[in-house]
Design a protein around this ligand. Structure first.
Ligand SMILES: Cc1cc2nc3c(=O)[nH]c(=O)nc-3n(C[C@H](O)[C@H](O)[C@H](O)COP(=O)(O)O)c2cc1C
Length: 233
């Protein structure tokens, strides 16, 4: 069993809360895994050219090409994204949008696989985690757990945090704030969030080692998808 981890953070690995949580989930699965950062990768959104309609292979030439085989080979996914404007950030969205290439003809390559959705925000990560779950559902991938945490908003380190009227430090601590290291949030400081990542990894590992039935998962995800579509109609 192999798990593909994706960190959609644009920030350096050591400053990224998303990367930290995705890594923590992966480490606790007890399975082989590969963690890929989308940082610096050039991945466009789907351009609806339908070049993939005949053979389920995207024809857009960018960094998604090198990721396709990893997606196909993985038994499960741990996908994390930062919260940008109360939704998942663009590169993670583009990455998941391009999974459209698997959806044609007998396009069941991803059906019934398992996933964990991770979201990190300056305030909270629930929006990107929910977005990831929705996008995975379109491939009938079951999200077995979501993990969300509060990361370090760049406003604490941009150099203007103590005076910027629209920055997080003044929003959180008021005018006249002096930024100190202890007030900068980070997922590693949130024991409950790290525990949630550990638990999510263990659950994913357990589900995989129990030899989950992809057909059964697919049916449940198809039903869930139909209910969601009916509700929104
Ligand atoms: C363009 C941009 C928009 C953002 N919008 C939000 C937002 O709407 N809500 C929020 O909670 N955090 C927002 N943030 C803060 C990030 O989610 C936060 O810094 C988070 O820690 C990033 O994840 P990372 O540490 O893995 O890079 C935004 C950051 C950027 C760069």
């Amino acid at each position: 069993m192999k798990i593909l981890g994706i960190s959609g953070s644009c920030r350096k690995d050591e400053t990224s809360g998303t990367q930290k949580l995705v890594q923590t989930v992966l480490e606790n699965t007890g399975m082989d895994y590969e963690l890929v950062s989308l940082r610096g990768k050039k991945i466009s959104g789907c351009i609806a050219c339908l070049g993939c309609a005949a053979d389920n292979v995207c024809k857009v030439k960018d960094d998604m090409e090198g990721l396709r085989e990893k997606i196909v080979e993985a038994d499960a996914y741990v996908i994390g994204a930062p919260n940008y404007y109360s939704m998942l950030n663009a590169v993670t969205h583009a990455f998941l949008e391009r999974w459209y290439q698997f959806r044609h003809q007998e396009g069941d390559t991803l059906w019934g696989k398992l996933g964990v959705a991770v979201g990190v925000g300056g305030m909270n990560g629930m929006y990107p985690a929910a977005n990831i779950e929705t996008l995975l559902l379109y491939s009938f991938v079951e999200t077995v757990a979501t993990v969300t945490g509060q990361g370090a908003a760049s406003c604490y380190t941009c150099g203007y945090g103590e005076t910027c009227k629209v920055g997080v430090p003044i929003m959180m601590h008021g005018e006249g704030v002096t930024i100190t290291p202890d007030m900068i949030p980070g997922v590693s400081k949130q024991a409950d969030v790290i525990q949630a990542a550990v638990d999510a990894g263990k659950l994913l590992g357990k589900r995989l080692s129990e030899g989950h039935d992809r057909g059964e998962v697919t049916m449940r995800m198809q039903e869930k998808m139909m209910s969601a579509l009916e509700e929104s109609a």
